[in-house]
Design a protein around this ligand. Structure first.
Ligand code: G1P
Length: 288
């Protein structure tokens, strides 16, 4: 029986270059989708999957992201004094959501390197990785389904989604054989292949359940695509030691780290909100 997945690693030390200049001085993961920062969607998904320990990987000069998940006594005191009990409960719920540890990635050397920085914090246990740009709406939550699969198969699980052929060079792509509907055993992985060389159209979409035996492998992983230490390359090396599995997303994903994806995600989540949807729909109809 596989161990329970208690920790989630959230790499958030990227430069946010795809959405500049908004992210010049402000962390990308704190940009709001409706009224919650992008990263909060990922944390809520992880907590819903039973991962209450959040390991945030940030650059050393970013104190804002951790502050979002910490109590804010001054703000809480003002809200209390003004009798804003609903808002106060909302603010408190964010800091009560999870147990946060921050680790620093001094230089943006790649996703594999960011995950390696979290090694001491996951305490030798299996752990989840959530890439906050990939905002997923699924029921049950994607990470929860992946934890169930991990418990069954006792091996790393990646979340994949079919993408258009001309988009494969933006993702880690797997070659895989189906085990059953929507579940695969991974045969190979390649980071950001040219469309002509891609082994399939199954792209890794920002959710992983991983095992601590990945860390010594990542220590040996050299720079790959884009000159960065890639998680995909580390996983490919790990496959020499143990089987890796993938499951297909059943739900809706937005890439909130791109300009268009950010706008689409904002509209998508606003249109799910009963307090906003009717007025927003009416407004959208006035545009053409
Ligand atoms: C990262 C991973 C890639 C994965 C993607 C999903 O790439 O390296 O394998 O498919 O996230 O969003 P990035 O988007 O950081 O370039």
């Amino acid at each position: 029986m596989a161990a329970h997945v208690r920790s989630v690693v959230i790499p958030a030390a990227g430069l946010g270059t795809r959405i500049l200049p908004a992210t010049k001085a402000f962390p990308k993961e704190l940009l709001p989708l409706v009224d919650r920062p992008i990263i909060q969607y990922g944390v809520e998904e992880a907590v819903a999957a039973g991962c209450r320990r959040v390991v945030l990987v940030t650059s050393p000069d970013n104190t804002m992201t951790a502050a979002h998940f910490a109590p804010n006594p001054a703000l809480e005191a003002v809200l209390e004094k003004r009798g804003k009990s609903e808002t106060l409960a909302l603010v408190r719920s964010v800091s009560a959501m999870a147990e946060l540890t921050t680790v620093h990635q001094a230089q943006p050397l790649g996703l594999g390197h960011a995950v390696l920085m979290a090694a001491p914090a996951v305490r030798g246990e299996p752990f989840a990785v959530v890439l906050p740009d990939d905002v997923i709406d699924a029921e049950p939550p994607a990470l929860r389904s992946m934890c169930d699969l991990f418990a069954e198969l006792d091996g790393p699980v990646l979340l994949v989604e079919r993408v258009p052929r001309d988009a494969v060079n933006r993702y880690g792509i797997i070659d895989a054989s189906p085990l059953r509907q929507g579940v695969y055993r991974v045969r190979d992985l390649v980071e950001k292949p040219d469309p002509a060389d891609a082994p399939s159209d199954l792209a890794i979409v920002g959710r992983y359940i991983l095992t601590p035996d990945l860390f010594p492998v990542l220590e040996q992983t050299g720079a790959g695509a884009g000159g960065e230490i890639q998680l995909t390359d580390g996983l490919r090396d790990l496959m020499a030691q143990r089987p890796i599995y993938a499951c297909e997303l059943s739900g809706v994903r937005h890439d909130a780290g791109s300009r268009l994806g950010f706008l689409q995600a904002s509209l998508y989540f606003a249109l799910k909100r009963p307090d906003l949807a009717p007025a927003l729909r009416a407004y959208l109809r006035t545009l053409d």
